[in-house]
Design a protein around this ligand. Structure first.
Ligand code: CP3
Length: 344
């Protein structure tokens, strides 16, 4: 007889007829109950730093949909804030941060070990969730990968092409590399505390990995991921790690092998049949339904859900979207995806 949480079983290499499923950004603005709790918190950052409310929004999509995993409610930009950057969110526009572009800016940041003072409420959220989640639901902790976090710290905001980060990399590589090294160490500290508090899996979001090529991809996406994963596994033997080098394209091939990740999350630009042959042959994959189907629904959603499930049915697979669910998604379409997966 097989037993244990479905997510943990596939991360350990088991293939299942009905794969475990969760959705990136599953706690979010497409859910009316999320919007109500966010209103109560006042603003997004207060929601992240109020453990009872952050735990509540984490649990909402589990109650509504019965996903196989809950992902801690927080944000990748809490780490820059904990390192001493100013952080705020402009409604309708996104995050803003004080910038790091000079050796003096870098020197003004705190050391990696100092982040816990700011991030302690996040660990408390994890402890609440470890107590309150249903027995079959796995708890995923997460952090941004160093390159992606650095793109926000350098530009002070989200950028379409990560231009400011690329510029610093070309013009002052020592400062750029020292910033990445600091974020790498902070990320190890942060994820390690999430695991100690009860996270059973951790995920590393490298949302902008696709803008690095060749030797830069190796140096700034692959190597930091390998360092973080090795450090976490040394401190917490057996902890499974999901890596998401979004839009890595052909660089998805071998990524798990070369970083030690237990699972590679695929964005929806990747063809599932290709990924089954070239990426899943090394182990578990996650993905990769296009988020737009959560907006449009209908037969296309059903067909795509089946196509992706079937393409990956020969090996370990975590069903998910290829990127975060959007605020205009219809919760009924999430239910339709789940019904399709579970009932044929
Ligand atoms: O997936 C989950 O449900 C867990 C929570 C989570 C959030 N952000 C909550 C959030 C996770 C895992 C993230 C990761 C994150 N945050 C990433 C990496 C993944 C990705 O999407 O590529 C990035 C790049 C960020 C940075 C960030 N946070 C941006 C650019 C924005 C603004 C864009 C937006 O959607 O509004 C955020 C805000 C944010 N983080 C929201 C949520 C639910 C929306 C805030 C709100 O309630 O208004």
């Amino acid at each position: 007889m097989t037993r244990g949480k479905k997510l943990l079983r596939v991360l350990a290499g088991e293939a299942m007829d009905v794969p475990p499923v969760w959705v990136m950004r599953q706690a979010g603005r497409y859910l009316p109950e999320y919007r109500a709790t966010r209103e109560k918190a006042g603003d997004f950052l207060s929601l992240c730093y109020t453990p009872e409310l952050a735990a509540e929004v984490t649990l909402q999509p589990i109650r509504r949909f019965g996903f196989d995993a809950a992902i801690l409610f927080a944000d990748i930009l809490l780490v820059p804030q904990a390192l001493g950057a100013d952080l705020w969110f402009v409604t309708g526009e996104g995050p803003r941060l004080s910038t790091v572009t000079t050796p003096a800016d870098l020197a003004a940041l705190k050391p990696a070990e100092a982040i816990h003072e700011t991030l302690a409420p996040v660990y408390e959220t994890v402890r609440i969730l470890a107590r309150e989640l249903p027995g079959e639901t796995a708890l995923i902790g997460f952090a941004g990968a160093p390159w992606t976090v650095a793109t926000y710290m350098i530009a002070g905001r989200g950028t379409p092409d990560q231009g400011p980060a690329h510029r610093l990399k070309e013009e002052d590589r020592p400062t750029f590399e020292a910033l990445l090294a600091l974020i790498t160490e902070a990320t190890i500290e942060y994820l390690s505390c999430q695991i100690a508090a009860g996270a059973e899996v951790v995920k590393l979001f490298d949302s902008w990995a696709g803008s690095l090529e060749g030797a830069d991809f190796t140096a700034y996406t692959l190597k930091p991921a390998a360092r973080i994963i090795a450090a976490l596994k040394a401190r917490h033997p057996g902890i499974p790690v999901i890596a998401f080098p979004r839009e890595a394209g052909k660089n998805y091939v071998g990524f798990a092998r070369n970083t030690g990740a237990d699972c590679v999350a695929l964005d929806n630009s990747v063809d599932a049949a290709w990924a089954a042959a070239h990426v899943q042959k090394d182990g578990c994959v996650q993905g990769n339904l296009a988020p737009v189907h959560m907006v449009t629904g209908g037969q296309a959603l059903i067909d795509e859900t089946r196509r992706i499930r079937d393409a990956f049915s020969g090996g370990p697979h975590v069903f998910n979207l290829g990127h975060g669910i959007t605020p205009d998604a219809d919760p009924d379409n999430v239910q339709l995806m789940l019904d399709t997966l579970r009932n044929g």
